[in-house]
Design a binder for this molecule. Structure first.
Ligand SMILES: Nc1ncnc2c1ncn2[C@@H]1O[C@H](COP(=O)(O)OP(=O)(O)OP(=O)(O)O)[C@@H](O)[C@H]1O
Length: 622
């Protein structure tokens, strides 16, 4: 590698040195990183062996070149010169092959580390409770999976192996140089501070600048994802201040532009300086070496060898000078990955799950008390992008509920906003676990069920009817992947959706959802009903839409639901009078307690809270 290229490579490494700075690592990070690296020890050992062989070949070539010059000046035999030339060619050939093998080894190692970390983080994040996703910023989470994982692999594939390879190359070069001419070697080393001082200074300032640039880029990314999502863009159109949004974006883009120019200029000044210093050192080698050769203290070949070796001295030195910053940066990435892997999921699957009984299932809440978990229990400050986590939480929202929903019957939950109805629904589906008491399905505590059994037994239909950016078929068969077209159309018919799906450009294969074909609110709701019908759970938890639907939609949904709930145990957060009237039992929830229970007629007769709600909330219902 030429000195200039080495300097450039070293600069590139420095400008990537993002977050190191003065950061201190969590205790144990180094130990854990080494423990993690241990699984790659065979590949690492192979890589290091290759590095040693490459280093030996690297010094062999200058020594052989010197021998050629000596053979010429000594007026020696032609056969020796040919032999030496062939040897140089052989060294170059072996070196070329080893370069490819080394690249292959380090690339496989690096990609393997990325693969291992990525799949581990993804699998782990999937086990996190809903509360975690409600708090973490998606951008921060995605960055953890992308940037930090790549940063962490560089700790192993580049830094760990790079440091050793550079050290081997440096020591070998120095040894041969010292053996050839200790005076010239000392001279080359005296020039070293000229190399190292600017290298460290620029390394430090570039790291700070890169950090600042990364921060602004991340902020721009966040602004774009938030503002350019359909709901965000709508909000800005309706209420936002586009001029201020633009100014804010332009301010950040400008900072990125300025940081970019400064980084480039500093990099180029530094590279030029390095090239200059190495050229000066080369001049010194030729000058001092030439004079020594004239005085008979050195062969001409040694001068050539020294000059060639000098080009191999500074590259590993510059890399090693910045190794600390690089290692710290990579370790910080590792630490950030470990931080996510260390989060213990709040909702865990039992090791020995209990099986559910066959047939219709009773749902029972026994002395259920519940407080939403605090941020500390479910989240990380760095993923919420706040300095410290919100300490609040833990306030009890359900205060000792006892409810029994007999198998096959429907219970309607009514009450004012914030009373705790959705919270009850979350507990039935184990999006959260009770703080005390128990939720039992078919007599089994939900915490004793396997996730698969619980998911198959309890189906929740939510208000928002979220659809993935995928085909109608994929969205419907989410919980029933084996369903055939006949079953899918049957569910669509029962959800009163056939005309809607038939009118779509590609029928069942039309892409809907986030960026696909838009369905209306009522149509989306019927999609979720069709999904539930296909999955056919024995218990249905339903959060009725609060939004007023037009009468056709309303009737279609009502008919679909009545059919869907028939024969199943159902807990419905009711917003429509018709649902409430048809329920076998109505529970009035207020302030986390059940204040009244009975049928529609019974509750109206007692002229309490339900009667009041009936007059206000359900007055306009059908
Ligand atoms: N994720 C959460 N973290 C902390 N507190 C929450 C969370 N979700 C809801 N709460 C609080 O729990 C209480 C009950 O809320 P819940 O959503 O169960 O009410 P609701 O009866 O379903 O209301 P609505 O009819 O408006 O949907 C409220 O005080 C609410 O602020």
């Amino acid at each position: 590698m030429s000195m200039e290229r080495a300097a450039m490579a070293s600069m590139r490494r420095m400008s990537h040195s993002g977050q190191a700075g003065t950061t201190t690592l969590a205790p144990g990070t180094v130990r854990r990183t080494l423990a993690f690296a241990d699984r790659y020890r065979t590949t690492l050992a192979g890589f290091l062996l290759l590095s040693v062989v490459t280093a030996v070949l690297g010094v062999a070539s200058p020594v052989l070149a010197g021998d050629v010059v000596d053979a010429i000046t000594a007026g020696g035999e032609a056969a020796l010169i040919v032999r030496l030339a062939l040897l140089i060619a052989a060294v170059a050939l072996v070196d070329a092959v080893l370069q490819v093998v080394t690249k292959w080894t380090s690339a496989s190692l690096g990609e393997q580390v990325i693969y291992d970390l990525r799949t581990r983080v993804f699998d782990h994040v999937q086990t996190m409770p809903v509360a975690f996703f409600q708090r973490a910023r998606t951008g921060a989470l995605v960055s953890r999976l992308n940037n930090d994982v790549i940063g962490a692999q560089s700790a192993i594939s580049r830094t760990l192996s790079g440091v050793v390879a550079n050290l081997v190359s440096l020591l070998l070069t120095l040894a041969v140089m010292l053996a050839t001419s200790w005076q010239i070697t000392l001279l080359a080393l005296v020039l070293l501070p000229l190399f190292l001082v600017p290298a460290r200074w620029v390394g430090g300032t570039l790291a700070a600048l890169s950090r600042e640039r990364a921060g602004h880029n991340a902020a721009m990314g966040d602004q774009m994802t938030e503002r350019f999502s359909a709901p965000g863009a709508t909000l800005v159109k309706l209420w936002g201040r586009p001029a201020e949004e633009s100014a804010e974006f332009a301010r950040r883009a400008d900072r990125v532009r300025r940081a970019g120019v400064t980084i480039s200029v500093r990099q180029s000044v530094f590279t030029t300086l390095l090239t200059l210093v190495s050229a000066l050192a080369l001049a010194a080698v030729y000058g001092v070496g030439g004079l020594q050769a004239l005085a008979g203290g050195l062969d001409a070949g040694d001068v050539v060898t020294m000059a060639l070796l000098l080009t191999r001295l500074y590259a590993p030195l510059t890399s090693l000078a910045n190794a600390r910053v690089e290692i710290m940066t990579a370790l910080v990435s590792f630490e950030r990955v470990f931080e996510v892997l260390d989060l213990r999921p709040l909702i865990r699957e039992p090791e020995q799950p209990t099986a559910l009984p066959a047939g219709p299932l009773e749902v029972r809440l026994e002395a259920v008390r519940f407080a939403y978990p605090s941020a500390k229990e479910v989240s990380l400050a760095s993923l919420e992008e706040v300095a410290v986590l919100d300490e609040r939480g833990g306030v009890e929202v359900l205060h000792g509920l006892d409810v029994t929903v007999p198998a096959g019957s429907t219970v309607a939950l009514v009450g004012s906003s914030g009373a705790g109805k959705s919270t009850i629904a979350h507990l039935l589906t184990r999006l959260y676990d009770v703080t005390s008491g128990a939720v039992r399905i078919g007599g089994v505590d939900v915490r004793q069920l396997s996730f698969g059994d619980l998911q198959r037994a309890v189906g929740m239909v939510t208000q928002d009817g979220h659809l993935f950016h995928d085909t109608v078929r994929a969205n419907l068969t989410l919980a029933a992947p084996d369903a055939d077209d006949a079953q899918i159309w049957d569910a669509i018919d029962r959800a009163r959706l056939r005309p809607v799906i038939e009118a779509l450009p590609d029928g069942l294969d039309t892409v809907v959802g986030e960026r696909g074909y838009r369905l209306s609110g009522g149509e989306r709701q019927r999609m979720t009903i069709a999904r539930m019908l296909l999955a056919s759970p024995r218990v249905v938890v339903l959060d009725e839409a609060t939004a007023a639907l037009d009468s056709t939609n309303e009737r279609a949904i009502q008919e679909a639901l009545s059919e869907a709930l028939a024969g199943r145990t159902a807990v419905v957060i009711a917003h429509r009078l018709s649902t409430v009237r048809e329920a076998d039992q109505i529970l009035v929830v207020e302030d986390g307690r059940i204040v009244e229970r009975g049928t529609h007629a019974e509750l109206l007769a007692c002229q309490g809270r339900y009667a009041q709600l009936h007059r206000t909330q359900f007055a306009t219902g059908t």
